[in-house]
Design a protein around this ligand. Structure first.
Ligand SMILES: NC(=O)c1ccc[n+]([C@@H]2O[C@H](COP(=O)([O-])OP(=O)(O)OC[C@H]3O[C@@H](n4cnc5c(N)ncnc54)[C@H](O)[C@@H]3O)[C@@H](O)[C@H]2O)c1
Length: 356
């Protein structure tokens, strides 16, 4: 019997562009009798017709529409989807396709990965955030009791199909939100990428494609080395400790934050914290903060008003924490270089003022 080398892992194949959808996806459809396709109303309007024109065999799929928005990523909707699969007598040979943003890919990935202990699923991301982040890496989750991604699994999709043309109809605020995850990739791992981002306009999708590829390569390489986040993969959480807390705090407000927007604001706070604790040279912190504040100028009033007391209970719930008293951060040592597992207690966070 052969053995699996330590560290070996399955890496999801990423297929790029229209041709892959017309050929590779078409072949996958031919191999599965029953196909389910999850999407939301915006994706049904803007992306599904494009996809059907490229891959007509998709007509055989049972299309399941959910409402758009983070509020759908919950156990009730997951239960309805499991019920629907059961009623259709879906088997482990069925294929599940997620066409949409990170909400569809997380929810649909979770449902597919748990139904009958897992059926094959494919991600076709249609937002920038889902293309560079959510659809790649095998984390599938739903929110629970108002905590983000509280219930979930690690399960790799069979394939991810990335077609940048889907982004043509994406609203600007969602483009910016996805872009923040690309900035994160540069800040933690790739100084040359950071330099390339300095003068980039993000309104031209064609200009974004090489950078999408670069971000996906970075994410794939991290995931390949640490698929279940025992060490290195934690670096992808830069900006997410404060980011998730802000996102949760404002979830039911009049102006909830998009995930990527929250991560952008979280990166400002965690860059400041990195410098405050002496890990990051002040000059680099100043450059990073100036860049992020320019891109996120319309959201800065949120940081000015933030009450650290209100954030603390949410920070203490963060999944990276290893005990209930301390909050674990990924911080920067420099542009393109990070430090993991910096644990601070509530007093230290309290003493740190985000407005400073
Ligand atoms: N699993 C992971 O590793 C991971 C990583 C990052 C984020 N996430 C999750 O991703 C989610 C956020 O994803 P998102 O930002 O893609 O949000 P989203 O899925 O809510 O999509 C954003 C909006 O864009 C619409 N839309 C999607 N594609 C479109 C298109 N091409 N044209 C026009 N409109 C379109 C959607 O209907 C929705 O209204 C969060 O739940 C977050 O927790 C998961």
């Amino acid at each position: 019997m052969g053995s699996i080398p330590i560290g070996a892992t399955m890496i999801t194949p990423i297929h790029w562009g229209e041709h892959a959808l017309a050929t590779t996806l078409d072949q996958m459809l031919a191999q599965h009798e029953q196909v389910f396709l999850l999407l939301d109303e915006n994706v049904l309007e803007f992306c599904y017709p494009k996809l059907l024109a490229i891959c007509p065999a998709l007509k055989k799929a049972e299309v399941i529409e959910i409402e758009s928005g983070e509020a759908q990523k919950n156990i009730d909707i997951a239960t309805q989807l499991w019920e629907m699969l059961t009623q259709h007598q879906a088997t482990r040979k069925s294929l599940w396709i997620n066409l949409g943003g990170g909400v569809v890919s997380d929810l649909g990935g979770f449902v597919a990965a748990t139904y009958k202990r897992g059926i094959d699923f494919v991600q076709i991301p249609t937002t920038l955030l889902a293309q560079v982040d959510a659809s790649v890496g095998g984390k599938q989750a739903i929110d629970f009791l108002d905590y983000k991604n509280q219930i979930g699994v690690f399960a790799m999709p069979k394939a991810v199909f990335i077609h940048a043309d889907f982004l043509d109809t994406l609203p600007d605020n969602h483009l910016l939100a996805g872009f923040m995850e690309m900035v994160k990739h540069a800040l933690i791992l790739d100084k040359a990428y950071w330099q390339d981002l300095q003068h980039l306009q993000i309104d031209t999708v064609a200009d974004l494609l090489p950078l999408i590829q670069r971000s996906v390569e970075i994410k794939q390489s991290v995931v390949a080395q640490d698929p279940t986040e025992l060490g290195l993969r934690k670096c992808l959480n830069f900006g997410h400790t404060f980011g998730h807390a802000l996102e949760t705090l404002l979830m039911h407000s009049e102006n909830p934050l998009l995930h990527g927007e929250a991560v952008g604001l979280g990166m400002i706070l965690e860059t400041k914290l990195s410098a405050h604790l002496g890990f990051l040279p002040q000059a680099e912190a100043t450059a990073i903060i100036a860049y992020l504040e320019k891109r996120l100028a319309h959201l800065l009033p949120i940081l000015e008003k933030i009450d650290i007391q209100a954030l603390l209970p949410l920070l203490l719930q963060d999944k990276k924490n290893t005990n209930t008293e301390q909050i674990s951060f990924v911080l920067l040592k420099g542009i393109g270089s990070f430090i993991l597992d910096i644990s601070l207690d509530a007093n230290a966070i309290h003493a740190y003022s985000p407005q400073a």
